[in-house]
Design a protein around this ligand. Structure first.
Ligand SMILES: Cc1ncc(C[n+]2csc(CCOP(=O)(O)OP(=O)(O)O)c2C)c(N)n1
Ligand SMILES: [Mg+2]
Length: 149
């Protein structure tokens, strides 16, 4: 899961430790809600406060130590730096009977378009040309959508 999803949903780690229902979690830390940032900009919006680099205030840009956090919930945790480290950490995690959290830093730009799109509301009326274009493209895509799916 992503770093943002981890922050929203991490209590399940503790539940897994308490219940003994282990899982292996790989946290891909790209320092923010990257998919939301892309979605927002892709629909004509401006970049706003999705990525850590855009945060303001006295603690701006502060990174979370996810491995330390997961350990505090009772999970085994480690941070890996490369693919070899990830392979090894996965192998070790699979052997253990306790939930493991493996943290890896990933690049924000690393993603592969799948040819699908995220259907969200886009203003019908806007003075921003990029929003008007996004709405036009969305309407065209919706016209192609199969009914009932
Ligand atoms: C509980 C909850 N709140 C909000 C959302 C909307 N949402 C979908 S993806 C996402 C950001 C995910 O960020 P991250 O897990 O770091 O993944 P990234 O896109 O950076 O790879 C958000 C906020 C959601 N899916 N679930
Ligand atoms: Mg992220």
């Amino acid at each position: 899961m992503g770093d943002g999803s981890y922050l929203m949903l991490n209590s399940d780690i503790y539940a897994s430790v308490l219940s003994g229902k282990k899982f292996v979690l790989v946290v891909c830390d790209n320092a923010g809600f990257a998919v939301i940032e892309r979605l927002q900009r892709g629909k004509g919006g401006r970049s706003y406060n999705n990525m850590l680099r855009d945060s303001r205030g006295s603690g701006a840009g502060e990174r979370v130590d996810f491995a330390a956090h997961a350990a505090s919930l009772g999970a085994r945790s480690t941070r890996v730096r490369d693919l070899a480290g990830l392979r090894e950490a996965l192998a070790v995690a699979r052997e253990h009977d306790r939930t493991s959290v493996i943290v890896v830093d990933v690049a924000e730009a690393d993603w592969t378009p799948g040819g699908s799109y995220w259907q969200v509301g886009i203003p019908e009326v806007s003075e921003v040309p990029a929003v008007v274009l996004a709405r036009t493209e969305s309407d065209a895509a919706l016209a192609e959508q199969r009914r009932g799916t």
